[in-house]
Design a protein around this ligand. Sequence first.
Ligand code: M6R
Length: 355
Amino acid sequence: MLKEIYEQPKAIRETIGSLIPETGAISIPGLENFSKEFLKSINKINIVACGTAMFAGLSARVMFEQICEIPTEVEIASEFRYKNPIINENTLCFFITQSGETADTIAALKIAKKKGAKTIAIANVVGSSITREADYTVYTHAGPEIAVASTKAYTCQITLFSIICMYFAQQIGKNLNIVDILKKDLLELPIKVEETLKLSQKVKKFANNIYKEKDVFFLGRGIDYASCQEASLKLKEISYIHSEAYAAGELKHGPISLIENGITVVSILTVPHLVEKMVSNIQEVVSRGAKTLIITNQDLADKNYDNIIKIPKISEFLSPVISIIPLQLFAYYISKEKGLDVDKPRNLAKSVTVE
Ligand code: M6R
């Protein structure tokens, strides 16, 4: 897992490949047949996947909605396949899967196809089963991912979605100013991931302080809430610590009753217009005695927090790729400190090919 965490700059660079030209329009091999007319006729995007791949879909939803202005739903494949989804020939369905062999995701794709929706597989393994079923396939280039806990496949999936999203926005003429910024930021992404990996010792120190805890909570808003859900899965999967991710605005609607002296709360803050709200949520848990770790690219200099991991600044749409890095390391160091088998956590298989 550690090796794969450190392979992320290279994996992201390879996923970007030559898709982003210095000048001219983006084009994506596999999607050349998507006409402007079809893209303009899309009534909804559905993103369907399991586990970490589904959490990558949550970040992709924010991009499709904010940049392309297309309504987007994210569904767990095992739910989608049994719910008679409301989709038709004007729905575009993405199926994200590292292995390309996940039974629920493949079954969900077959249902979408039967209902006439256009299906695109986002896969990492060339020639995997899902690529033989989908109308179109676009590959991440993460290289083989062996550890059960997915790391580089996840960051490559979000990277690829940002490119697909820019491509769609260019085709339909939406928010081209955002596309220009995103394009520039994307080219700096691998270097910023490299810089973030250098923060590992600070993460390790915090992890070694709290590795005996029974519960850890993650708080975020907007796209950071998506990252919190992935961070929480990573932690529970390999450290066996119970963890939950909450949209921070939900605290007052229940979860705050769980916050007591000494509890660990990890917050992610990268969305500029939500910083103030997040700061007040963090205050609420700190005043109840929580130990906090804050992952941010915002300036919180005037706040007196003990543990802040300052990550590089980037467009909010790409921030999930950066903010998850310290939290992958966090899960890794806790698992190591507990003497667990990081790469092969109990009860889990790398790909779930049966229901
Ligand atoms: O191969 P897939 O991307 O379809 O796998 C989906 C999930 O099984 C997978 O992401 C799982 O949640 C990972 N163990 C998470 O680290």
